[in-house]
Design a binder for this molecule. Structure first.
Ligand code: DGY
Length: 315
């Protein structure tokens, strides 16, 4: 006797995720084209590499009950449209906080201490002798850090920054007095944070309120020695304004784990600058974290397909 498998449309799943899916699941390759046979059959989506899912796509998927997202950020999914249609959305919060905070510090340190440009130089013929007057970066220990978005990831950034004896300001929509007590962080208005801090890290989700939060005016408030680190989403920073600020040395440097669009077009002028580091969205790309994200994605999927509560539900 053959039992029908459950059709789930997914984009580019790795073998490690396929291995944790049950045999009852039939994976359909992501196809959102007008005549897609996958859309007419899928009862669930797994969104792995952030494919865009909007209301019209949901409407073209008549049996869609559930979207299980690999990752915590769901800005590529129109969650309001899903809610209106009674489609559940699950994500993978918590398990990636530490890895993403590690990456925030890695980029901050790399930008402050010329790790990437130093690597390039050390491999080149130009490196002929040790020169103590050369490639002098910015002190991290004892400096002031501003965290924009003191949520789960931002708090982990604060914990790590304390080990560097940094003074830590944060900006959120609301004050978090418990975090202030626990982490010794100080609430600041956005403008005060930007004008005071040596390093500013973006650790907030991309929402209507945070889109282009850091633009020309905000970059203009920062110290000329300041370094901006974005481990949130590219859309939080106005890239034209950032380009102008880096070119004119209005700020010292930027380190981006995320861009908008992602990737940037290969001829994008930001790619030409020396005072920027760009990583290919590696915030949560650590081995144990990735495995846990895969398990949580599948646990959400299995729960939704069985009609029981998603362990990690967005809407
Ligand atoms: C997230 O969790 O949102 C990361 O960006 C990886 O997808």
């Amino acid at each position: 006797m053959t039992t029908e498998r459950i059709p789930v449309m997914a984009d580019g799943l790795p073998a490690s995720l396929l291995e944790v899916l049950g045999p009852e699941i039939e994976i359909l390759e992501w196809d959102d084209s007008p005549q897609s046979p996958a859309l007419s059959r899928a009862v669930a989506f797994i969104t792995y590499g952030h494919p865009r899912v909007d209301g019209p796509l949901m409407d073209r998927t008549p049996h869609l009950k559930l979207i299980s997202n690999h990752g915590v950020g769901v800005d590529h999914i129109d969650c309001e449209a899903a809610k209106q249609r009674g489609i559940l959305v699950g994500n993978t919060p918590g398990c990636l906080d530490a890895a993403t905070a590690d990456m925030t510090l890695a980029l901050l340190l790399a930008a402050a201490r010329n790790v990437v440009s130093g690597d390039k130089f050390a491999r080149s013929a130009a490196f002929t002798h040790y020169d103590p007057s050369f490639m002098i970066g910015y002190e991290v220990t004892g400096s002031t850090l501003g965290i924009i978005g003191l949520g789960r990831i931002g708090k982990q950034v604060a914990r790590r920054a304390r080990a560097f004896d940094m003074q830590i300001l944060y900006h959120n929509r609301r004050r978090d007095e418990a975090a202030e007590q626990e982490l010794g962080v100080v609430f600041a208005s956005l403008d005060d944070l930007l004008s005071t801090c040596d390093f500013v890290t973006l650790n907030c989700p991309l929402t209507v309120e945070t889109t282009n939060l850091i633009g020309r005016r905000e970059l203009g408030l920062m110290k000329s020695s300041a370094i901006l680190v974005n481990v949130a989403r590219g859309g939080v920073v106005d890239h034209d304004a950032l380009l102008a600020a880096l070119k004119s040395r209005r700020i010292a440097a930027a380190a981006l784990d995320v861009t908008s669009p992602e990737p940037l077009p290969r001829n994008h002028p930001l790619l030409e600058l020396e005072n920027i580091i760009i990583a290919p969205h590696l915030g949560s790309a650590a081995n144990r974290t990735r495995r846990r994200m895969e398990q949580m994605t599948v646990e959400n999927l299995n729960a939704g397909l069985k009609g029981i509560a998603l362990p990690w539900r967005v809407v």
